[in-house]
Ligand binder design. Structure first.
Ligand code: HEM
Length: 458
């Protein structure tokens, strides 16, 4: 019997305990500010959809894949992004690709798409592997038994990757300062505040969060300086050049400096923390399940021996990829997407009223009792070809779906596999048994207090 065929015991990592019943009003309000996922009642994990509200406002949690397909794909025009999303993201990201709507979104998507074509992503893999190998070197310097905050470590790696791949090394960008400011923004303006619930003007939420405001000013000025410099320099063929040159074939429109800055900040923000979290949760889960970690190691050794990983190796690391997919199922980097219903419409056979706030609770969909066997268990084999074949495309949405699906999906998956494989072949990370794992939502889903783990060098 091959080692991989031995019966395995599934590991069940910590999960959010949903309340049996909807929380009373003020408790729910507090949860919305503290950690919204903890307010989702059990029904969200068990029913195809869950609707609540009064005559003023209806909230719909959509979990049924057929309903999600209508919302995100077939009837997408009826479900634009909502005002709450705008309030949280627009102060920093303006009218860039993540936040724009309608024709203003469409032409930017066409302009940016070539940068994410598979051949372009493949050309970037050496930079991803290099960043992971450099991190492993830093870990070796720290030595056997060192205590690492894996959330900070993976963020440093993916930040370097985004600078190297999209911004030709990000000359003039102070990596540490920028990463700190992004965290400052996410912890303040990057979450729902009382000003949002009371629907005060947007400037009030900014005025009430001076740390977040300062972070935003710092980041915008940093990117403005880079854009000004690059306008006067010869082209380098990176994403900055691509966006500078991009022209809408229909209107002839090009990006001015402000839109260019909004988009570069979008790629920096959307493109590194999300992947870092996928890696953080993957490393944590492998720490809990040494059998799965050993399988990753055996796979890397079989595919690449001792050599640095190449694109061709990465494509063959199927189990490692399944680990990343399973980590993003259990702990999706973005645990919630939201939309606003703009007209009375049917979705998945249910009538949705105009004005309904639509929540797409990825964390609950990915653990839904009707969609997954052993929903809370860590089992990368569920992403093997046999089990994946019968799965509805809209049951698993770590990158969203429909026309607004994540533009960086292929980039992120390649990056996560390359980095995970490189780190796991060189080190074992053991979870800290004294640290309570509590996933908290700050736009993205982070482990509260970081992810302390102990380093064992290989
Ligand atoms: C594991 C990593 C990642 C995850 C889990 C992730 C997740 C998502 C999700 C769920 C959306 C859809 C949001 C919505 O429809 O409301 C999205 C959109 C987006 N993502 Fe990602 N993302 C990741 C990596 C990246 C990377 C590496 C980049 C760029 C370098 C990126 C750039 C974007 C942009 C620009 C959008 C907006 C696309 C549009 O609306 O046309 N993401 N992402």
């Amino acid at each position: 019997m091959a080692l991989d065929d031995l019966p395995k015991t599934l590991v069940t990592p910590p999960a959010i305990e949903p309340p049996e019943e909807p929380l009373p009003y003020f408790h729910a309000l507090w949860k919305l500010l503290d950690n919204p996922i903890e307010a989702w009642p059990k029904a969200v994990y068990e029913e195809p959809f869950y609707e609540r509200g009064d005559e003023r406002q209806t909230f719909l949690y959509a979990c049924d894949p057929a309903m999600l397909k209508d919302i995100l794909l077939d009837k997408v025009e009826a479900f634009p992004k909502d005002w709450m999303f705008d309030r949280v993201t627009k102060p920093a990201l303006g009218e860039g690709l993540l936040t724009a709507q309608g024709e203003n979104w469409r032409w930017q998507r066409r302009a940016a798409a070539p940068g994410f074509r598979p051949d372009n992503v493949a050309a970037m893999t050496p930079l991803m592997v290099k960043a992971a190998e450099a991190a492993l070197e830093r870990w070796r310097d720290k030595g056997e038994g060192a205590r690492l905050d894996v959330a900070t470590e993976t963020t440093a790696i993916t930040f370097q990757v985004i600078l190297d791949t999209m911004l030709s090394g990000g000359e003039g960008i102070d990596v540490e300062a920028a990463a700190g400011k992004i965290t400052d923004y996410l912890q303040t303006l990057g979450k729902i505040t009382p000003a949002d619930l009371l629907q005060w003007p947007t400037w009030t939420r900014v005025a009430l969060a001076p740390r977040g405001y300062r972070a935003m000013v710092f980041l915008k000025a940093m990117v403005d300086r880079m854009v000004a410099r690059r306008r006067g320099e010869p082209a380098r063929g990176d994403l900055v050049d691509l966006l500078m040159k991009a022209e809408d074939p229909e209107s002839g429109r090009r990006m001015d400096d402000i839109l260019l800055r909004d988009n570069l900040l979008t790629f920096i923000a959307a493109g590194h923390e999300t992947t870092a979290l996928a890696l953080t949760w993957s490393l944590y889960l492998l720490g809990l399940d040494p059998g799965a970690a050993a399988r990753v190691r055996r796979e890397v050794a079989a595919v690449a021996g001792e050599a640095s990983l190449t694109q061709e190796h990465i494509e063959r690391l199927t189990f490692t990829r399944q680990v990343v997919q399973e980590a993003m199922r259990l702990y999706p980097s973005l645990p919630l997407m939201s939309r606003m219903c703009a007209q009375d419409v049917e979705a998945g056979g249910h009538r949705v009223k105009k004005g309904t706030f639509v929540f797409i609770p990825l964390y609950a969909i990915h653990r839904h009792r009707r969609l997954w066997r052993d929903p809370d268990a860590f089992d990368p084999d569920r992403f093997g070809p046999a089990e994946s074949a019968g799965r509805h495309r809209f049951a698993y949405l770590p990158f969203g779906g429909g026309p607004r699906v994540c533009i960086g999906q292929a980039f992120a998956l390649t990056e996560a596999v390359a980095i995970l494989a490189t780190l796991v072949r060189g080190a074992t990370l053991e979870p800290d048994p004294g640290h309570r794992i509590r996933p908290v939502m700050r736009v993205s889903m982070r482990p509260q207090g970081g992810m302390p783990m102990t380093l064992r060098l290989r």
